[in-house]
Design a protein around this ligand. Sequence first.
Ligand code: SF4
Ligand code: SF4
Length: 478
Amino acid sequence: MSDKNISRREFLKIAGASAAVTAVAATGCGKVAENSGLGNTTTSVSKNIPTDKMTYRVNPKTGEKVSILGYGFMRLPTISNQSARESGDEIDQETVNQLTDYAIEHGLNLFDTSPAYCRGMSEHAMGIALSRHPRDKYFISTKLSTFSPQQWTFEASTGMYKNSLKELQTDHIDYLHLHGIGMTSFVDGKALDGLECLQKRYIENGVLDFLLKEREAGRIRNLGFSYHGDVKVFDYLVDNNDKYHWDFAMIQMNYVDWKYAKQINPSNTDAEYLYNRLTDAGIPVFVMEPILGGRLAKLPTHLAENLRERRPESSVASWSFRWIATHPNILTILSGMTYMEHLQDNLSTLCPLEECTEDENVLLQRVADEFVKFPLVPCTACQYCMPCPYGVDIPTTFTHYNKCVNEGFISVSTQDANFVEARKRFLIGYDRVVEPKRQANHCIGCGVCQPHCPQNIRIADKLRDIDKYIEQLRQETL
Ligand code: SF4
Ligand code: SF4
């Protein structure tokens, strides 16, 4: 990931030349759907997935072998065939059991959940699915997910932990996370920063001392934390590793977040910093968001094509898994696999792992550089900024723009293979969803909307950028 000096043209040339070689060597049979992390998008290629080729990493403390692919139970299928995370429907236990059996059969041995996942139903579903197998065939990872201030008492927190043991039908947790370290909160109308939340959630109430004793007693075999947000909290915990002896830590990591996490979301921290700090401290890494909430499986077309040309037999999502797993201090990569296609795609990528070459790392760095040129606008369509005195339909404009970015209908140049299609989709769709007199070019930058946005989006600047892009599309001057 070090060569930043090659031009876009050279970048495309690298991808194209390599594709010629790989296309000749490509083999495989059977069907694997594209893994979006949220749902299936396109079909790609097919493979037979061996049952004895899982890649494992060794936990340095226990010596146990942990599968590099971990099963995240945060998006379980429901009886209405949707993800339980989004729909809140009843979990389809039979399908969860089948997915679990298939995963174990293919050597996956780490299953991750939380009392907060699937509206509180995930641990129960995992307990049912896993208790059908011998306890030494799998590791359970769960979390102390005390997000609400009402849960910050010793009794409520330890009660949550004991309930996890019950729901998971076990007498010990293999990996227990302090969940959401670095997150901020509001208590009695007062904002608490990440360090204050850490104090209140785990330290002042004696909960961390309790967990350390549970680890001594062997009911928690590994104690760690999952990090989101304020880097001061991450640094505090790593700085105090001599005191707490963290067995692992979970961070968000993929080839885009490596150098661009902060650029995408100013409250995040680049994964390069987090991973290197943990590695220097000797703390093994769990990875979450390996495909950036599904976005790295649905890259803009011109970027996805570069990856598909290089490895026609592999899904676009698989690149991120391979890139992450190539880092030696990764213990496991958690993926929320709602459907069998997701599970099969990830298994086929990591059974066994084919590490990324230096050449491929350069390619992915260039993909990341291009990807962040079109960041999503973090608009939730809450409408608090409306009405605009000049009639601009702010949320619909942002929603349309985000949709085009997510679906790959975005171009960086008129030379892009998908330029004509992307131009058509963006412009026709825009005119359809936003009346011409309410489009971004009517923003005069008065700033009236700005203080109302809870996401702190620089609304006028974003509208101006989008309008500039639209004009370039219309004039074909990109
Ligand atoms: S800055 Fe633009 S979008 Fe916001 S209120 Fe003013 S004109 Fe409307
Ligand atoms: S207030 Fe911000 S987040 Fe809400 S709709 Fe407006 S721009 Fe989007």
